[in-house]
Write a protein that binds this ligand. Structure first.
Ligand code: KIV
Length: 270
């Protein structure tokens, strides 16, 4: 069942209830007001205003050059139109190196960017920052598995947690973030079996990207589902515009496929 995207805004409680009921959460990245209106009307209940905007909107090779000003600008654009969706906004690279810096920047994303929740990358090593922000009243989404802001350290965009030690470390990351007070968790590029086990263990909603069908919700980069990405695409990406005929139909097809579990299919999973 889709969340009510007609009048009542999606809240974190809505998303938690969806997890409890086993209703899949449809999430896309969103970077501007026009798409915010299209996406929420088509039934997308969760937006991630991601620092992927550095690549798909700004033309950088990675998310690393994205600044706080860039994030505030795009988050505020989305918030002006996309107030019926729950909006998670990325803290960009090097914007959360200390508790004080993390709070000051998270506060900007909430106050100037209209964020409902902020997202930061990392598990055990960042749990103290999550706890700090949550204690000061800022909801936080964790992000584990492949961490795009640390892609150089990972040796490129590779699946994480394939061996037992890697899987155990990622599970530990997930538990540490939930214990620190994270309200939601993005899991990127990990084996489906690992994502399933973490999703079943946690109380908070998990949103997968390249993490299999058993997460509580799915996210993809908006431009990827519209088939306009410049780079070679990872196996979990599906072009929903092909055969749909319009952007609105493509987004509705994505939402329907997430809800009925037909996306991700076996060919999209590690
Ligand atoms: O930056 C981003 O868009 C993200 C999502 C893909 C999860 O972090």
């Amino acid at each position: 069942m889709a969340a009510d995207t007609g009048s009542s805004p999606t809240s974190l409680a809505t998303l938690r209830d969806m997890k409890q009921r086993g209703d899949k959460i449809a999430c896309l990245t969103c970077y501007d007001a026009s798409f915010a209106e299209v996406l929420q009307t088509a039934g997308v209940e969760l937006f991630i205003i991601g620092d992927s905007l550095g690549m798909v909107v700004m033309g950088y090779d990675s998310t690393v050059p994205v600044s706080m000003d860039n994030m505030v600008h795009h988050a505020a654009s989305v918030a002006r139109a996309g107030h019926r969706a729950y909006r998670v906004v990325d803290l960009p690279y090097l914007s959360y190196e200390s508790a004080t810096q993390a709070y000051d920047n998270a506060r900007r994303l909430v106050d100037e960017g209209g964020a409902d929740m902020v997202k930061l990358e990392g598990g055990v090593a960042r749990a103290h920052l999550v706890e700090h922000l949550v204690n000061l009243g800022i909801p936080v989404c964790g992000h584990i598995g492949l961490l795009p802001q640390s892609v150089e350290q990972f040796g490129g965009y590779r699946v994480q947690g394939r061996d037992a030690a890697g899987a155990a470390a990622i599970t530990e990351d997930a538990l540490a973030l939930q214990a620190a007070g994270a309200g939601m968790l993005v899991m990127e590029c990990i084996p489906a079996a690992l994502a399933k086990s973490i999703t079943e263990t946690l109380d908070i909603p998990t949103i997968g990207i390249g993490a299999g069908a058993d997460c509580d919700g799915q996210v993809l980069v908006l431009y990827d589902i519209l088939g306009i990405a410049a780079q070679k695409q990872p196996r979990f990406v599906k072009d929903f515009l092909a055969g749909s005929g319009s952007i609105d139909a493509a987004v509705r097809a994505y939402v329907a496929a997430v809800k009925d579990g037909s996306y991700p299919a076996a060919e999209h999973v590690y």
